[in-house]
Design a binder for this molecule. Sequence first.
Ligand SMILES: [Zn+2]
Ligand SMILES: [Zn+2]
Ligand SMILES: [Zn+2]
Length: 761
Amino acid sequence: MPPEKLSGKKLQVSGVVQGVGFRPFVYRLAREHHLAGWVCNTSRCVEIVVEGRPASLDSFVRRIASQAPALARIDSLVVEEAEPQGREGFAILESRRLPGTEALIPADVSTCADCFREVMDPADQRYGYPFTNCTNCGPRFTIIRSVPYDRPHTTMAAFAMCPRCREEYQNPEDRRFHAEPTACPVCGPHLWLEEGGRVLESDVLEAAGKLLRVGKIVAIKGLGGFHLACDARHHEAVANLRERKGRVAKPFAVMVPDLNEAERLCHLDDLTAHLLLSPERPVVLARKRDHCDIAPQVAPNNKYLGLMLPYTPLHLLLFSHAPAALVMTSGNLSEEPLVFTNDEARTRLRSLADAFLMHNRDIQVPCDDSVVRPGAGRFTIPLRRARGFVPQTVSLPVDSEPILAVGGEQKNTFCLAWKGTALLSQHLGDLDTVETFDYFQLAIAHFKDLSRKDPRVIAYDLHPQYFSTRYALAQEGVKLIGVQHHHAHIAACLAEHGRRGPCLGLALDGTGYGPDGTIWGGELLIADLADYQRQGRLAQIPLPGGEAAVRDPRRMAVAYLHAAWGKEFAQKARELGLIFDPLEGRILTHQLATGLNSPLTSSTGRLFDAVAAALGICRTRTYEGQPALELEMAAAEGEEGWYPAPLHADGSLLVLDTVALFKETVGDYLSGAAPPRAAARFHNSLARLLAQACAAIKDRTGLETVALSGGVFQNALLLTRLYDLLSEQGFEILTHTRTPPNDGGISLGQAAVAAARLEKG
Ligand SMILES: [Zn+2]
Ligand SMILES: [Zn+2]
Ligand SMILES: [Zn+2]
């Protein structure tokens, strides 16, 4: 038989294919097929050149697509014929930089089972080593300085590999083959503990564990920044942490060593367990058990606990010495950005922590823990998108030139978009502190570098006071595209599902700039990516004192009482026990009577504030969204009752009579309904009213798809109720599953709107 003729192929693979064990996979696959050639990371993609028998080549190409490593995501695979050159053997070539890079950066991955096993195995060379990682796990995004993703471009460049690590790194049969951050006790980073003026270099984890056991607060340098940790069962330690951090009531996250311990504290349905164990290892909200013995101060007035499992060897090893449940909260003073360098920790966290567990692997990009909420065992609601998820991209249904979307003001993220790809930043926090705004600008520069994009188009929110808006307007030589806040919410939800609309959009949140000079926040829109029309809204209510009413839910309650009962409002306020000091009471009354300094709002968030305050569930707000959260938490389970409330027409605009809904709720409470029952009925009624309004708009327009967005959809009770009613009506319902429904998703929506407008011309 004559020897079979050889042929060759050149492959270009793009997507998430760097830092995920893709080249070793290609190497092994090529060897298995007896193919010669090479594979190489470029700053645009992974390039593969292979030659061999045609049948083997075909099988090789098929298996590239079908058997790629678990962490890889192939977005495109371009295969061309190539002239065979008579090559011998298969090699991994040095990375190449190309102009106009498209290569996507991998996200940090929680430690894999193999690495966890090694650090717990006394016979292993990495026994007890907190920086163990491999091709399948470890730091990525948080250590990358520039692309392509190779060790010299990471903060691991400071550590020269020892011969043994280098051998593993170069051995295609090894799990650490081209694991860029690989390290061992001989050559890698190390830990130490600083306490008072002392520095402890040995038995560090034992010492840290001991401090935690006696109720001390330890600052721990993790993957994306510092955590402040304390024993979650130690009441005094938790109270101490709250006081030092200046965080009154906002829930803390708790890390436990494993799923068994999580199960002891909380009810875990399948979805919750799945999310806890996912490689992104987010904080997952799980329902507390009745006998959960975590200090109540960890998550006051909350039925849920934010749980997470260890995602680095450091965490796992610490649990050999530390209490079995640790509060792990971001290392910062309330509202300031996350601390991520050793020097900053020593200064900014000095008054917060009793000791510092530090190491010498630098964090290039700070990244908070991500937070997700499993709703009723069937919804995954992302609350904060950061570590583990960023910088995974989202596909946009519209191609465009590069766009920078600067996001909103609270829970800010920004977004770079180009050619149908959206790259969202990690959660950056509220932009109204100097430190956060400074970091926002730095992060934009870093993302532009990583993606090699310098957008000439900037999308921004219409609110003139947002720092993100001011930043956008200050840029020179760019095309600016202003996007209405609630349109951005709906566009984000559409874009996440790869949809262009049109759809019916329910955008329910706290505050957004309305183009009619009022404050929006309970909006029914007809929207596609490019445009929107307002079809309906909640009843408008004055915000007596403006910002003061946003911060004080009692003021909102009184504003609603005034709208519902007119002159009798003061009597009702007294019945409800809503007491103000005499001067404030007089000013408030004057504001309500005259409309002085009382802008109108259709905000859903403010309606929740008013109900929470009226029912006595939450009358002091110490963090954004607290009254709404506590109202949801207070709601009696299994309650099916509801209050009637009508729809009105205001010209072509549909108005949901939420004043009537408020009046019914409070009336029920005043005639003896317990707050949990009234709270549940309020949720049921609002869901009914919204569903009724959707049905009316469907009749009018024929639209059968509805997108649900805005911070109110972090509320699992309302979401579940509304979802079921809309399903009964035959709607196709789009909800957020990859980006937050809150303002963390605004930048994605802005980018999608800008892309669609550019396309329209
Ligand atoms: Zn691993
Ligand atoms: Zn080593
Ligand atoms: Zn919003």
